[in-house]
Design a protein. Sequence first.
Length: 150
Amino acid sequence: MRRIEGEIVIRRTAKALVAVDAFAAVTAVGGGIALATGLEEDRFPATWLMGTPFRSYRVPGLLLAGLVGGGAACAAASTLRSPTTGGRASLLAGAVLMCWIGGETRLLKQPAYGTWTERFFFAVGLLMAVLGLRVRRAGGRCRRSAGSLQ
């Protein structure tokens, strides 16, 4: 009975996890490209970069697209293939997203407490991590209960 309940938790949570991971991937890749190409100049003035290692948003945009977006895309694909492995990947991708947001708010000279977008995406990263952990734990319980039946 525990195994069936665990499998249901994995299946339901994995569906939500793929959706959240894919959302994070699409928005990070799109946002990173927009940042790197200068489409976000109005929202992110160059004066915010003063005191950072960057002279423009090109490198941060490429890092956002590749590291954060690519990591979330890999996590979504991994979850589709194997929910328990994808759970680990999503936990890591969520941590990367939260660290990105934390670094962004510390480095950039912007309004105190960041923007609503940063708070939203920090919450998305947290959700990725929590759902990833839930899938991973449920997968472990299923394996243990399956082993006890044999």
